[in-house]
Each structure stands twice: as C-alpha cells, then as structure tokens.
Design a protein. Structure first.
Ligand SMILES: [Zn+2]
Ligand SMILES: [Zn+2]
Length: 371
C-alpha cells in the first residue's frame, strides 16, 4: 500500500505545486479510488484569480473524476479493482432532495442559504472537505490527487467496455447537461439553443444531439464554434449579427423560437438573447453563472406574457445516473467526447493545462493524476 498521496495545490495565483500528504484512510461507507482522470472544471479560473468556491481551497481542488477502487472501508459494496465514476460531495441520503433522486449538490445538508453568514466548509458534512473530516483523513476529499475518498453512494461502477476517457465526461461536461436536458424535456425534433459556449455548452450540444434535437449555438469564439460544427450542430449563429433571431426562427417551423435554451455563461449578454430566442412556453436552463451578480427581467414581458419556465442547476440527479452511463456508451456520443476533450495533461504539468484553459481555445481539459 502506498504511504503517501500526491495532491495538486495552487498556493498563489498562476502557481501550481504538488504536495505530499498522508495516504487517505477510509471509514465505513467509503472507498479509496486511484484517480485515472480528473477533468478541469473551475480550476483554471481559480489558478488565475485565486478566488475559491465554498468547497475548494489552495490545497483542495477538483471534484470530477474516474478511477479504480484500491481500498474499501468496512461494509463497502465495492471491491478493489472496480472501475468507478465519482460524483461530487457526500449528500445526506435522507432529505427530500436525496430521497426523491434529485441532485446531491442541492442536498439540504449544504447550507446555501447560510453562505453569507460564513460557512465553514469542513463542517459541511455533504461537502468535499467534510469527507476528509468524516474519515479522519488528511487527504482524499478531492479529485486532483492520486488517491481520493468517495462515499459508496457517490461512486458508480462503470460498464466493462466504457473507457475512463469517455466515462470522465460524465461529471460536469455531459452529466450536469444530461440532467438539464432531462429537466427541460428535450425530445427528438425539438429546436435547442445553446448560448455562451464553454465545455458545459459543448456538453449541452452533445446531449441535445443525442436526443435528436436540432441544435443552434450562439457564440463568438471561433475555436469553439468550429468545435460545435465538428460535433454536428445544425447552425452557428453570431450573436452580434442583428439577423440571428430571424435565422433561429427559420429553424423553428412557425413556432417562432427554440423549445429550450441552455445558457452556459451567466453573462447578461447571452441571457437576454436566450430569453428572446425561446418560443412561448419555452424552457430556459441556466448552466452558467456570474457569482452573486443579479440579472434583471421584466416579469410581465420576459416571463408571463411569453410563458417561459426558467430554472438552473449544476449537478447530475441520482435518478439520471443510469441513463447517463447508457449515453456515455453510445458510439456517436463517444465520437463527440473525443472531439470535445481537446487537451490532456499529466497532473505534474497542470499549470500548462490551466494556461490553455484560460486561452479559451479549448474544449474540455483532462488531467491525469498518476502522471
Ligand atoms: Zn465541475
Ligand atoms: Zn440530502
């Protein structure tokens, strides 16, 4: 058994260092996973700004990942050698969110409503730092490390034929967008608008295409628009072109708008266009945000008269995991994953990975913690 864990840290802006920590200890209900792929999510932004979300800190980074079980706590249903995807956090399994099969990130044990009062992340049992505390472990709560602790109910065995490369798209890239497509009710023949395209937008595109929807993207980054064409979108619309809305309407056979819109940037520029681009009774799903910044809507003109349903989220529901794994096994989806994962770096070269992320000339970026 290894005696140490190697953990990625960002001690100061634009600086990455690998730190040696004690090997994790797994208590009842937990497994130790040797992480094969830790996809980059918000960490490139953290590397630039050194501003952390409530669950991250300079020595605790990464929440997406796949790997192999190498150790189990007492009573685990997993065995060494099992290949798994790890979903983030450690939800309570008792609140209505958990028992109704909704998203663990929205579990009542995560006190979003108390965020402004100063939430101590290690005291949030459902969060990632809480995982280390629950196990009395000095490492392992996070994905950007060689070894990671996962609660049994947040790990799921991968089908034999599914590679780590394809399975690793099942977290924030294709996973939260799978749930978004499911909640927005995207079905074959629908017209879906995806705006503000980063890797989450690429994931929304892949999910909409998997459901045989007609997909129009609204974006300006030439690299990412080319990537969207490679994925097989039906239209790339320039949001600065005053004709974009007419071009969208031309796709929607008299309905005058998209059935669903996925806004992936949180920028008011794209939110306004998503609201404008939806048909009456359309569904808007927010997958991007701009922190606590507010956005103004006209309740009458934007929501009621046009009867828009607007929601958002950032996680995979429990009830969607099985369908998500089936999608990850689909050959067309795998070709799309191959296209949208544009870069892979050893974790020892994470600074290069984050620099590439900041250029925005990329899709999803994978880190390999064992290298
Ligand atoms: Zn993520
Ligand atoms: Zn819960």
């Amino acid at each position: 058994m290894p005696v140490a864990n190697t953990v990625l840290t960002i001690p100061e802006p634009r600086t990455v260092a690998l730190a040696s920590k004690p090997y994790p200890t797994a208590g009842p209900g937990f497994v130790i996973v040797e992480t094969a792929v830790a996809p980059v999510c918000n960490e490139a932004r953290i590397y630039r700004d050194h501003q952390f979300e409530w669950h991250d800190s300079p020595e605790h980074l990464g929440h997406e990942g796949v790997g192999t079980v190498v150790g189990t706590g007492p009573g685990s249903r997993f065995a060494a050698g099992d290949r798994v995807i790890v979903f983030q956090g450690n939800s309570c399994r008792e609140c209505f969110v958990c028992t109704e099969g909704l998203s663990p990130t929205h579990c009542l044990e995560i006190p979003y409503e108390g965020h402004d009062d100063g939430m101590a992340p290690q005291d949030v049992a459902a969060g990632l730092l809480g995982i280390e505390k629950a196990n009395g472990s000095s490492s392992g709560g996070f994905a950007m490390a060689r070894y990671r602790l996962a609660p049994n109910h947040m790990a799921m065995k991968l089908p034999d034929g599914l590679s780590f490369h394809h399975a690793a798209a099942g977290n924030c890239t294709l996973g939260c967008t799978y749930t978004a497509a499911e909640e927005a009710g995207v079905a074959a023949g629908d017209v879906v608008l995806v705006a503000g395209v980063g890797f989450i937008g690429l994931g929304a595109v892949a999910n909409a295409l998997y459901r045989n929807a007609t997909v129009a993207v609204l974006g300006r980054n030439p690299y990412r628009m080319d990537l969207c064409r490679k994925l097989g979108v039906h239209a790339v619309l320039d949001p600065d072109d005053p004709g974009w809305l007419d071009q969208l309407h031309a796709l929607t056979s008299g309905r005058r708008g998209a059935d669903a819109a996925f806004e992936c940037s949180g920028a008011p520029y794209y939110l306004e266009r998503c609201l404008a681009g939806l048909r009456r009774y359309g569904a808007l799903f927010s997958l991007g945000h701009d922190g606590p910044r507010r956005f103004s809507v006209s309740i009458l003109n934007d929501v009621m008269d046009r009867h828009i349903a607007w929601t958002g989220g950032h996680d995979v529901r429990f009830r969607d995991r099985d369908g998500l794994l089936r999608m990850l096994g689909d050959a067309d989806t795998q070709r799309r994953i191959d296209a949208l994962v544009t870069h892979t770096f050893p974790m020892s070269r994470a600074a290069e990975a984050f620099e590439v992320g900041l250029t925005r000339d990329c899709g999803k970026i994978y880190l390999l913690p064992q290298e």
